[in-house]
Write a protein of this length. Structure first.
Length: 109
């Protein structure tokens, strides 16, 4: 990737860091927003943000476009992470709590 975009390997290392940093920064704020607006709306918006930004990252003409798209993908993943488990536990009855807990790893893979 460094050769493709003609940047240093150190700079390329910031691409996954931008994704993880955005996910960590926006996780709690989106949890709060989801409590106010609604978890389903934030979850669906997160899927849309994630999909659009990853398509943008795949088609990025330059390194900085890729960097920004991965940061935005991290924001979308924070929206999904903040609401995914809550939606699962709300939609499964208490007697199926084990099935709900078993579904959590499938949500993020």
């Amino acid at each position: 990737m460094a050769a493709e975009f003609m940047v240093s390997a150190d700079l390329v290392g910031w691409v996954p860091t931008a994704y993880l940093l955005a996910s960590a920064i926006f996780l709690i704020p989106f949890g709060r927003v989801a409590d106010t607006i609604g978890q389903r709306q934030i979850f669906l918006a997160g899927i849309l943000v994630m999909a659009v930004s990853l398509v943008g990252a795949a088609l990025s003409p330059g390194f900085w476009t890729l960097f920004v798209m991965m940061f935005v993908a991290g924001i979308g993943s924070a929206m999904i992470y903040a609401t995914g488990i809550a939606l699962l536990t709300m939609n499964y009855p208490c007697m199926n709590a084990g099935r709900s807990s078993a579904s959590i790893p499938r949500l993020y893979t």
